[in-house]
Design a protein around this ligand. Structure first.
Ligand SMILES: Nc1ncnc2c1ncn2[C@@H]1O[C@H](COP(=O)(O)OP(=O)(O)O)[C@@H](O)[C@H]1O
Ligand SMILES: [Mg+2]
Length: 213
């Protein structure tokens, strides 16, 4: 981000990195730059995120938040700088490439299929199959319940996603991202009142808390 309009990692984030027992942050950005015609959106952005930590990226309109998340998600390429996951240098060709590496992004417009069940949405594109290639519905539903449990929700995973509230659908989206062995999950513009206990468990006074007033 531009120096006069910085979006920097909080001191809590730095603390989290120091706490990381193996010394290597899960996600590390060094001197990432990105320019569009006539504007430098990112100017030497560096920060680290340790495993299991939750951070908020805050800044004015135009500060470069979306650009940074697009670079992390493989939708845009940086002009310079490096991204490392678990210490390994990454160069994402596209969003699928980033997802394969374990970076998932939740956009404001949810990517759920309203008519499909909660379980089918969580497993979209990778339905678990039995040896005979038929869908293993029991396993899918059990694992979907576990995925939702991780984000603090207890939904009937057989019901269509459309029958749930927006907040519950956001929880399904988050469960879906985390279920795919995500190493890093970026949530673009989470709702002010985040529905997930997993995210809202942090202190409301913390700069990292999405529920911060
Ligand atoms: N595709 C684009 N083409 C040209 N300029 C862009 C593009 N995307 C973003 N920008 C510019 O880059 C800067 C950062 O934008 P953005 O990352 O969307 O900021 P934020 O998400 O913090 O509001 C802004 O000046 C914006 O106008
Ligand atoms: Mg934005």
């Amino acid at each position: 981000m531009l120096a006069h309009n910085p979006v920097s990692p909080s001191s809590a984030a730095a603390e989290a990195v120091r706490d990381n027992h193996d010394g290597a942050p899960e996600l590390q950005l060094d001197s990432v730059t990105k320019s569009y015609p006539g504007v430098q959106a990112l100017k030497g952005v560096s920060f680290s995120v340790s495993r299991g930590s939750i951070h908020a990226l805050a800044g004015q309109n135009g500060a470069g938040k979306s650009t940074l998340v697009k670079i992390l998600s493989g939708a845009e390429s940086p002009d310079g700088g490096t991204i490392r996951l678990g210490g390994e240098l990454q160069r994402f060709r596209d969003p699928m490439d980033a997802q394969r590496a374990g970076i998932h992004t939740i956009y404001q417009e949810l990517s759920l299929v309203p008519s499909l069940s909660v379980a089918e949405n969580i497993f979209l594109g990778q339905l678990p199959r039995r040896a005979g290639a038929s869908v293993d519905w029991q396993r899918m539903q059990a694992e979907a319940r576990t995925a939702l449990d991780r984000v603090g929700f207890d939904l009937d995973v057989r019901r269509p996603v459309a029958s749930y509230s927006t907040a519950e659908q956001q929880a399904v989206e988050l469960a879906k991202a985390l279920h795919k062995d995500a190493r890093s999950c970026s949530w673009m513009n989470p709702p002010p009142r985040c529905p997930c206990p997993m995210l809202s468990g942090c202190s409301p006074s913390s700069a990292l808390c999405p529920n911060k007033a």
